[in-house]
Design a protein around this ligand. Structure first.
Ligand SMILES: Cc1cc2nc3c(=O)[nH]c(=O)nc-3n(C[C@H](O)[C@H](O)[C@H](O)COP(=O)(O)OP(=O)(O)OC[C@H]3O[C@@H](n4cnc5c(N)ncnc54)[C@H](O)[C@@H]3O)c2cc1C
Length: 442
């Protein structure tokens, strides 16, 4: 809101949102279109990357079934269309007394500085920096595993996969042990979905002429819990596990990883899983820089502790949402889970709460609504549970489940682009797919 300063110059309320992912970009877009457009509030989005891709698509980018260029959004354009400012850079420090954040310099690929260190003043700050993979300090994980935290990491994995196939195909002789094996650590939804995508991709490579003997390829999922999808009901986990085994995917449950080497993975039971390509998808934590951020309260996973209003526990002017926030799950034990649906709900909720705060109205409490969880095994099946208001949790499968699964992304696009442009994008995506290979081949 514009208020008159002592000298008579109007002071625009400065809102800084850090992190333009699932939650942060939705919030910036909603606020920009409502308050930024009228010039009532100056909204700045600070984001470490120049483009946005919806994070739950990253396993498809990694498998090569989705070309990231097809689905990425240019922040600069989105900001211009939605009346907020976008500034490229990685936040690294906070000064709560001065109400100022500092953003590290940005360098190009040659190591030349293209943007110097900058400071941004805020009246309201929203932290939406998401999460990163948690390696739990296990030796070798950082240096030998791929992660699926960023588009770049997913693309690096895809490049390594295709290189291994091309090399094996060109050599035309028996491969080194484990050369084409992919071991995925973590049997949650990400690991399971990636395994199914990789199975599809290995068949597509063969169809496009990159022939390798099926016996030379092995996909394994290593999980410390007694079964896959331990956070979901067994009636979803069991058929999923059955289907993966039918596809020939090895499932190693009750196996805790103790070390990762270049050649493979060692587990606590003494087992060694040979694999040249290893993916770590075994849980998340908030980024490390939050751990000691100007005295804000954090939990052991470095998430910022927030009240049900989404204000941080020690500062009314700082909010947090999505994976980086430890938000009480009202009516349940524990905190709201790190999911896209939670980040999307919180962005919608915070849009209203921030408007209430600016209008001097009381803030509301956020109630997480769990709509259920779906697991997509790509072209093979989709299965999950939906939460009905009266019926409680019920199982869905097949194309209905697939449609519900896809609808979460469509809802994200509708917030960012509106229904008409989303429909156009969906059509152009379908056309693109009908004239291009089903998998990225370079
Ligand atoms: C492969 C995969 C599949 C998934 N599938 C599902 C699914 O099917 N359903 C589901 O509900 N959830 C799924 N998730 C989880 C879901 O993606 C996250 O819960 C959701 O994206 C969290 O949203 P967010 O806004 O909190 O963070 P994010 O979407 O992760 O966005 C955080 C943003 O902050 C930026 N950032 C980070 N640090 C800084 C900094 N210091 N300065 C500036 N910018 C910074 C990042 O670049 C990023 O753009 C999946 C996750 C992965 C990795």
């Amino acid at each position: 809101m514009a208020t008159a300063k002592a000298g008579g110059t109007p002071h625009h309320h400065k809102m800084v949102i850090v992190g333009g992912g699932t939650g942060g970009l939705q919030l910036a877009t909603r606020l920009g279109r409502k308050l930024g457009k009228k010039g009532q509030v100056e909204i700045t989005l600070i984001e470490a990357s120049p483009t946005h891709i919806w994070k739950p698509l990253l396993h498809e980018v990694a498998a090569g079934t989705l070309d990231s260029y097809e689905d990425e959004i240019e922040y600069l354009a989105q900001a211009a269309w939605s009346h907020f400012r976008y500034r490229l850079g990685r936040m690294e420090a906070l000064d709560r007394q001065q109400r100022e954040i500092s953003v590290a310099p940005t360098y190009n690929e040659k190591g030349e500085e293209i943007i110097p260190r900058r400071h941004f003043h805020y009246d309201t700050l929203v932290m939406a920096v998401g999460s990163v993979s948690n390696d739990f300090g296990i030796p070798g994980v950082r240096s030998h595993c791929f992660f699926l935290d960023t588009t770049q990491q997913a693309a690096d994995f895809q490049r390594q996969l295709i290189e291994s196939y091309v090399r094996a195909h060109a050599r035309g002789k028996p491969l080194a042990r484990g050369e084409l094996n992919v071991a995925i650590v973590g049997g949650g939804a990400t690991g399971v979905e990636l395994a199914a995508q990789l199975h599809t991709v290995s068949r597509l490579f063969t169809a496009y002429g990159l022939e390798v003997k099926p016996a030379d390829i092995k996909l394994s999922i290593i999980e410390a819990a007694p079964r896959l999808l331990s956070g979901l009901p067994s009636r979803i986990a069991e058929p999923t596990e059955r289907q993966l085994r039918q596809l020939g995917i090895e499932i190693l449950a009750n196996e805790r990883v103790i070390e990762v080497t270049e050649k493979g993975i060692h587990t606590h039971s003494g087992r060694f899983i040979p694999a040249r390509i290893k993916v770590w998808a075994a849980g998340v934590k908030a980024p490390d820089f939050l751990k000691a951020l100007a005295g804000l309260e954090t939990n052991p996973r470095h998430q910022l502790v927030v009240r049900p209003t989404l204000q941080t526990s020690r500062d009314d002017h700082i909010f947090a949402l999505g994976d980086c926030a430890a938000c009480p799950w009202i009516g349940h034990e524990g905190t709201v889970p790190p999911r896209a649906q939670a980040a999307q709900q919180q962005a919608r909720f915070l849009y209203q709460n921030i408007r209430n705060q600016l209008a001097g109205k009381p803030l509301r409490d956020y109630h997480y609504r769990d709509y259920g969880s779906l697991v997509s095994l790509g072209r093979y099946s989709t299965v999950g549970n939906l939460m009905g208001t009266i019926t409680g949790s019920f199982l869905i499968e097949g194309w209905i489940a697939r449609l519900v699964y896809l609808s979460l992304y469509k809802r994200h696009q509708i917030v960012l682009f509106g229904p008409f442009r989303t429909a156009m994008l969906t059509l152009s995506h379908l056309f693109h797919r009908s004239v291009h290979p089903q998998v990225k081949l370079h």
